[in-house]
Design a protein. Sequence first.
Length: 338
Amino acid sequence: MRGEPGQGKSTLGQYLCQAHRAEFLPNDAYRSRGEPSPRIANPRLPLRADLRDYATWLAGGDPFTDADDDSPRKRRWRERKQGSLELFLAELLQARSGGLPASVETVRDVLHRFPMLVVLDGLDEVAQERIRNRVVKEIDEFAARLGTSLSAPQLIVTTRPNASGMAEPSAETFETVALARLSANLRTTYLRKWADAQSIRGKDRRDLERIFRQRSAEPHILQLADNPMQLTILLYLMQKRGSSVPSARTDLYTSYMETFLDREAAKTAAVDEYREDLEEVTSYLGWHLQSLAEATGSNGQMPTKACGRRSLTTSSAWKRTPAWLTPCSRRLRIASGR
């Protein structure tokens, strides 16, 4: 399952797991705002894992503890020789069950005795090339061991579009499903559901809907609103600022980027550590792309590698701290590249 940043890959994976899980529970045991719909005719027992955790585990770390990433223990990590997904899932089950014993045999028994849905989330968050290659190799081998019968587990891997030639699971084994952008009807439905979730009613709700309709006529607003995460940020800004949401594109994008980087910094340590540099680089690239469009009449787009070269030769942030280029650019490449 492939989607751009903020299109809802992880959310959709979690939703699928909860929808399947709900079918195994008594009617009153599902503790959320409502039972997921539609109902699943042939439910599968769901199992979800973060591939970022799997990559950490393969590298020799322990993703199931709260140890500081900069602790001496991390500097002594040694990549695991035995790193099958079954072995990782066994440790995941043991860690999340409160310490109940689980082994590779336990995982294999469950996978073969029950119809399973296995969701491996966030391949794009595995940025180190050598570890990424091994993660993909282990996924392909795991898929081969699952078999192809009707009762075989269903395996889903989520990732972003691959702009850097990183390894991906075999196209002969996996079918690629790409998430589409939000249509006008879906944007309206999303606005209403978001307002419901935020308990926005009455005049405040009518004002929000009016502001959104008015601002959606602006091309740069419309471009942001076709993505669930970006639409959420826009609605948040509109609710927070009302009619004073920036009308100038630069001010609007500044507010948007602040909220966007808040989200990414919470997910990725490198983004948090080098945030000031990222802000300088994205500002510079925005200026450069706009200048290019005005000077040449182009669509204001550049290949990712060209953006990197331009930044390396011009931006003081990239000259000053080139070590942050790889982790941050792989995390933010597509978002900043738009």
